[in-house]
Ligand binder design. Structure first.
Ligand code: SAH
Length: 259
């Protein structure tokens, strides 16, 4: 049974993979669990014979894999983006265990959204800018003294949890979408990033930071808004509020020379 969603989509994104064999092994891992969408962000060596060898019959997943230049491009149309990290680090992101992550991804995909689960490089994982693009982090609670799984093994664990979430839902991810589903579509990644950019500009305009570095406040605000799972209409409303705040700030500021 395939758990790929009709309407919604669960996308597995591998960022900067160094060993092509891991790409093949990841393709195999996701196919065994009924998933099929693989996106490769700037793989180091690909296409490659090792990928085909390790895919062991999941070459259809490899053949259909999309290759893009950046993580932002890979997730631009996604309503939910979760990033897997081998280290539980102090990042300003909510951290989920695999089961909770799978439930959230499955739930969003079942209501028609495109969602992404992102995996980092073998040597260095995801960098901080890439984690900032994620709505929450996922950590497999492994041995704290040796917590880094092989990339394809981590893909397997999460794909398994996604399958369990789908099976628990009768396997009909889309058919079982809740009936109150006359909701607006969830905001896309690009819409949220547009909102965050305007939020940053507005905080400057109202002199919110008062000389402090803006990054920390912006990170915390991102975290609050990402937790809310905003839909498209809600983002429009918030941007309307910001636009008025920006207009009032302009009115309140003394005219510059020559005005
Ligand atoms: N040395 C890297 C490890 C990368 S392992 C680091 O410390 O970040 C390659 C990828 O597999 C990681 O980026 C992550 O996406 C996934 N991964 C490995 N172990 C994981 C774990 N315990 N929990 C969640 N993801 C894990």
């Amino acid at each position: 049974m395939n758990i790929a969603q009709q309407g919604g989509e669960i996308r597995i994104v591998l960022v900067g993979t160094q060993h092509p064999g891991n790409i093949g092994a990841a393709a195999r891992a996701i196919k065994t669990m009924g998933l099929e969408r693989l996106v490769l962000v700037a793989p180091e060596r690909y296409p490659h014979g090792d990928a085909i060898a390790m895919a062991a019959g999941a070459d259809d997943v490899l053949d259909a894999a999309r290759i893009v230049g950046s993580l932002a491009e890979a997730v631009a149309d996604c309503a939910l983006v979760l990033g897997c990290t081998a280290r539980s680090r102090r990042i300003a992101l909510e951290e989920l265990a695999p089961r909770a992550a799978a439930a959230r991804l499955h739930g969003a995909a079942a209501s028609g959204a495109r969602v992404a689960l992102v995996f980092g490089r073998e040597r260095t994982g995801l960098d901080n800018d890439e984690l900032q693009l994620c709505h929450a982090a996922v950590h497999i609670p492994a041995n704290p003294d040796y917590s880094s799984l092989n990339l394809a093994a981590a893909v397997q664990v999460l794909s398994y949890e996604l399958r369990m979430a789908a099976l628990a839902d009768g396997g009909h991810a889309v058919a079982l979408a809740p009936q109150e589903e006359q909701r607006e579509p969830p905001a896309s990644h690009a819409e949220l990033e547009g909102f965050f950019a305007q939020l940053g500009d507005t905080l400057d305009a109202i002199d919110f930071h008062k000389g402090r570095a803006p990054e920390s406040a912006l990170r915390k605000l991102r975290r609050i808004f990402l937790r809310c799972a905003l839909d498209t209409r809600e983002v429009r409303l918030l941007r309307g509020v910001l636009a008025d705040a920006q207009r009032m700030a302009r009115l309140a500021s003394p005219p510059g020379p020559g005005e």
